[in-house]
Design a protein around this ligand. Structure first.
Ligand code: UD1
Length: 422
């Protein structure tokens, strides 16, 4: 197992290029199950999670090639309809093969993903949507079995106690595109990754109105065809680089980052004292003055993304004053608090709130990553800490950031990989 070692204190300078969005790529790759024709998907990030999705597609009858960000998928044998526990348990997003399998084959058997470190993460909204479309759902030996003689368009509300659900929207849209009649999904998730999936489906021949809005209207079609498509840039990676630029007092340009997808993050970083310039397909960030504390509440898009909460907390740790960070999507997503405190931060947790009292500086320490975004927050803290930080369990980081360490090295950071002694 590898760990990342960081010698903090260097102001980052230069240009970083953002990879394709992981959270777009996963459902879009799953959506290729809706056709027997070939699909070519570009700008796919080379990550543990995308590789897992490609493995699942292979088990379901696809032949897959992945070369320099381009995935070519063709039907190589009869479609399977079972997604195995071993693969689904390593990545929750694998559950979104259920929608396309049900839509195309009218049957699917997909392992329940189970909980994870950031919370319980139920799938009730996914199942509610499938049932509304006419599927029979049962849970047997840890698997969801969904069958239907035929699906039929339906009107449904998919909001849950924490608002809309990204993967439930993706999953149900993928089941509905081939269902005869009209489907209306109210309280659909509006995240840019959901819009990317719906644009991909439209290119395949699906009829969907309301892309990017909370009401999606789908008119079922008989068949979808193969397409070529390019994934949008990863807004969370872009946001992570924005924080990296600001936390180190640097001056960096982020290429291929869409500011249009990051309104809430840019707003908070500006409030915290960042100077941000927006260009067509890139962003520049540098620090303007001293940092100011900000309060942040995570919300569904276009609100502040939960996937940027941990990174923002790193920034607030070294910002004089008190910042309150409230997590409204995953109230338990605070595993990074204890690790940041080990580096000298002063953070108190009160239910879904973290109260951060900024300290003058953090000090490097051995810390442990608990999940994907928590790992990123520890790397950010390490970039600004005095001394050496080592972040272990970086396989979490490899699930969602393509070449983070080489991209940071290019910006001047002293960061390298070492084998972990067990
Ligand atoms: C996706 C993202 C993840 C991000 C999250 C929230 C992917 C691959 N992952 O995860 O990075 O952190 O959106 O923006 O795109 N919920 C229910 N019932 C359900 C489904 C969800 O109650 O059936 C709850 C969840 O527990 C959570 C909230 O709804 O509290 C939002 O979760 P959801 O949008 O579904 O997250 P994911 O789609 O799994």
């Amino acid at each position: 197992m590898d760990k990342l070692v960081i010698e903090g204190g260097i102001k980052l300078k230069g240009t970083a290029k953002v990879s394709g969005s992981k959270n777009s790529a996963l459902p879009i790759l799953a959506a290729t199950l809706l056709t027997d024709e070939a699909c070519i998907i570009r700008n796919v990030p080379n990550l543990r999670d995308t590789l897992t999705m490609l493995k699942i597609l292979r088990t379901l009858g696809k032949s897959v090639e992945f070369d320099k960000g381009v995935v070519t998928i063709i039907q190589s044998r009869e479609s399977g309809f079972t997604a195995d526990y071993k693969l689904v348990s390593t990545m929750r997003a694998s559950f979104c093969v259920l929608g396309p399998l049900l839509g195309k084959l009218k049957k699917a058997k997909v392992s329940l993903p189970g909980g994870c470190i950031i919370g319980v993460r139920p799938v009730d909204l996914h199942l509610k949507g499938f049932k509304a479309l006419g599927a029979d759902i049962s849970v047997e030996s840890g698997y969801v079995i969904a069958t239907a003689r035929k699906l039929k368009g339906a009107h449904m509300y998919l909001g849950g106690i924490y608002g809309s659900s990204v993967l439930a929207t993706d999953n149900v849209v993928m089941a509905a595109v081939l269902a005869p009649g009209k489907t209306v999904i109210e309280s659909a998730a509006c995240e840019p990754e959901v819009a990317d999936l719906t644009n991909f489906l439209i290119k395949m021949g699906a009829r969907i109105k309301g892309v990017g809005t909370p009401i999606l209207e789908i008119e079922g079609v008989e068949k979808l065809h193969g397409v070529e498509y390019s994934i949008i840039p990863d807004r969370i990676e872009t946001g992570t680089f924005l924080v990296a630029g600001l936390i180190t007092g640097g001056d960096i340009v982020i290429k291929d980052g869409y500011y249009q997808h990051l309104g809430a993050v840019i707003d908070k970083l500006q409030e915290a004292g960042a100077y941000i310039e927006r260009f067509d397909n890139s962003l520049r960030i540098k620090s303007k003055s001293k940092l100011h504390p900000v309060n942040v509440t995570t919300l569904p898009y276009p609100g502040f993304p939960t996937d940027m909460q941990a990174q923002m907390m790193s920034l607030m740790c070294i910002t004089k004053g008190i910042s309150v960070i409230t997590e409204k999507i995953y109230p338990d997503r605070f595993m990074h608090v204890a690790e940041l405190n080990r580096m000298g931060a002063y953070i108190q947790r009160e239910g879904p709130h973290a109260i951060v009292e900024g300290v003058k500086s953090l000090s490097g320490a051995p810390v442990m990553a608990s999940d994907l975004r928590a790992s990123a927050c520890l790397v950010l803290a390490g970039l600004v800490a005095k001394g050496v930080t080592s972040v272990s369990r970086i396989y979490h980081l490899e699930r969602g950031y393509e070449g983070l360490e080489s991209k940071l090295q290019k910006l001047g950071a002293k960061i390298w990989r070492e084998k972990e002694k067990i």
